[in-house]
Design a protein around this ligand. Structure first.
Ligand SMILES: [Zn+2]
Length: 377
């Protein structure tokens, strides 16, 4: 018995090591995750150990993980009972093991609990999001990936999303008579990939990316126009007009080839929630440097808020913030959206979040921001 126990401890220690390796490897590659995006969990002995919000996958350590009892989380998914406040946080509080020490699990905890594999990694990858942001992603996913992945239409975060994943997994099992696959594609959001060791998860992610990239590469590569050289002055004019301290800007190949007025993220709307959270739902369009102040003023009148990101189509993208770090994350997130939209269009067409979906994230973020401020963090 004693020997059995110590084997269990060694096995779970190894699982934790493998999870941290996966999180750090994929989390430090901006093609897979940016800023605090994505999350990771390991489960054994009826307990889920998950990355808290406010940490990054790239720097995740084993002792950051928050332990939560799985049966309690699963109960929250099937229960129709009304709870006080946010239902995900209520479930997390009920499920916690010991003192969380101020760490808060993310809004995405519930879907980790319902996937049976030991290791679960959730990412917002650029290549895979060309498929999740495709206008007919479900059909394309089936054509490219067959029964290796399930598709889940865009659903509001938290309990509704976890319930929808659960429903699609059950529908797959009823349809095929096989367990649901280890890859989940979430429309306009990202992927969940699971496995029972590091190599299984890493190989599945690599296969998924390679398969989608091959489909993108079957289409003609976009033409990259020459650099027009007034990026810095456009960016500075935007910073002054927005009255902010920090600016980050780019006129790289992505900007020059994928930021025309027809680009999804430029004029049709945000592709994924991260874009809304960090870069704002819509950029202000700057057609010429003389118009910057007027363009910012009319954007504010139309949207009731200041722009975070500005686009001079085909020339320059710039983002403002209170700090260099905030401006850089906003810019990076918007450039990611340009890449995702460009590649989804290469696959046949992109889908942007609709007004209701967008509005939910805009107000939901405001709510979570207010909570942070009132908590003094
Ligand atoms: Zn996510």
């Amino acid at each position: 018995m004693k020997r059995f126990m110590s084997q269990e401890v060694t096995m779970s220690a190894q699982l934790h090591d493998e999870l941290i390796r996966l999180a750090n490897e994929f989390g430090s590659d901006e093609a897979y995750a940016r800023a605090g995006g994505g999350n990771a969990s390991v489960k054994h002995g009826g307990v889920l150990y998950i990355k808290p919000s406010g940490t990054t996958l790239a720097t995740l350590r084993d002792n950051d993980l928050v332990p939560l009892r799985i049966p309690v989380l699963l109960e929250a998914l099937v229960s129709d009972e009304e709870v006080d406040g946010d239902p995900v946080m209520a479930a997390a509080t009920a499920a916690r093991v010991g003192d969380p020490g101020g760490r808060r699990p993310s809004v995405e905890i519930l879907f980790h609990a319902l996937i049976p594999d030991s290791l679960v990694l959730h990412l917002h990858p650029l290549v895979a999001n060309a498929l999740t942001c495709h206008e007919d992603g479900r059909a394309l996913a089936e054509r490219l990936l067959g029964n290796e992945a399930i598709w889940v239409d865009y659903t509001d975060p938290g309990v509704p999303l976890a319930k929808e994943i659960h429903r699609e997994r059950q529908a797959f099992e009823a349809r095929t008579g096989h367990p649901a696959p280890a890859i989940t594609l979430m429309g306009n959001h990202g992927i969940i990939v699971s496995g029972n060791n590091r190599d299984e998860v890493a190989q599945r992610i690599t296969w998924l990316s390679a398969t989608i990239q091959a489909a993108i590469d079957e289409t003609p590569a976009p033409v990259v126009p020459q650099r027009a050289d007034d990026g810095a002055s456009v960016a500075e004019a935007f910073r002054v007009a927005a009255g902010r301290d920090a600016i980050a800007w780019s006129n790289d190949d992505v900007v020059r080839s994928a930021s025309s007025l027809s680009a999804a993220a430029v004029s049709r709307g945000p592709l994924i929630p991260d874009q809304i959270v960090y870069a704002g739902s819509f950029p202000v369009i700057l057609e010429g440097i003389d118009d910057v102040e007027a363009a910012v003023a009319s954007y504010e009148a139309e949207h009731g808020r200041q722009p975070i990101t500005a686009v001079a189509p085909g020339q320059c993208v710039a983002s403002v913030g209170d700090t260099d770090k905030a401006a850089t994350i906003a810019l990076g997130t918007f450039l990611d959206a340009l890449v995702v939209g460009r590649d989804a269009d290469r696959l046949g067409g992109s889908r942007v979040l609709n007004e209701r979906e967008r509005h939910f994230i805009e107000t939901w973020e405001a709510e979570s921001y207010r909570q942070q401020v009132s908590a003094g963090s």
